[in-house]
Unconditional design. Structure first.
Length: 190
């Protein structure tokens, strides 16, 4: 079991500190603090099973829901993306962006982002390595999707790369990876 707090960085200007899991009457949530350098932030993505929220502490947050106009938030403002909402965010200012936030329920967010960030660092901060991306996108497809990756790559190339990576023994480092969250055909947790 991991102890809190702990910090991950991706080599591309983002840092997340997992503060712990809060247990509340309406469920558990993973509490996070984040830093982003100007221009840094994740591409269009979706948390299929989790609500995500960000409170701007300092700086300027840019964000966009797929198909909608770009919006911005400043210190003291909160942005919430309900589960299943495709979105992206970035540091839209010229100084460091500091945020606090949460994902609810936690699911595998800590493992998933930790693995993505580690792979990005190993790949000079550009993007996760092919075999790591294939493993994560395939194993955790019920929870997360990187929509900036073209559909044919997500649905064909990455699953094939996953099988090749498995045959080549590329996934020993993921030996202790948590099980994905099971969902039914309607996308609800089992």
């Amino acid at each position: 079991m991991r102890s809190y707090p702990y910090t991950i960085t991706n080599g591309a200007g983002e840092e997340l500190t997992f503060k712990g899991v809060t247990h509340g009457p309406d469920g558990d949530r993973a509490d996070v603090e984040g830093l982003a350098e100007p221009g840094a932030g994740p591409p269009m993505h979706v948390h299929h099973l989790q609500d995500e929220a960000a409170l701007v502490v300092t700086g300027r947050l840019g964000y966009q829901v797929l198909g909608q106009e770009r919006k911005f938030a400043g210190p003291g403002e909160v942005v919430v993306w309900p589960a299943g909402t495709p979105h992206k965010w970035w540091n839209a200012g010229e100084t460091e962006l500091r945020m606090t936030g949460w994902c609810k329920p936690p699911g595998n967010i800590e493992f998933y982002l930790g693995a993505v960030f580690a792979s990005m660092r190993e790949n000079s901060g550009r993007r996760p390595g092919l075999f790591d991306a294939a493993f994560l996108a395939t194993r955790y497809r019920s929870e997360f999707a990187m929509l900036a990756v073209p559909t044919v790559v997500r649905r064909v190339v990455l699953p094939v790369a996953y099988l090749v990576g498995r045959a080549l023994g590329k996934y020993d480092k993921f030996r202790d990876a948590p099980e994905p969250i099971a969902v039914n055909a309607a996308g609800s947790r089992l």
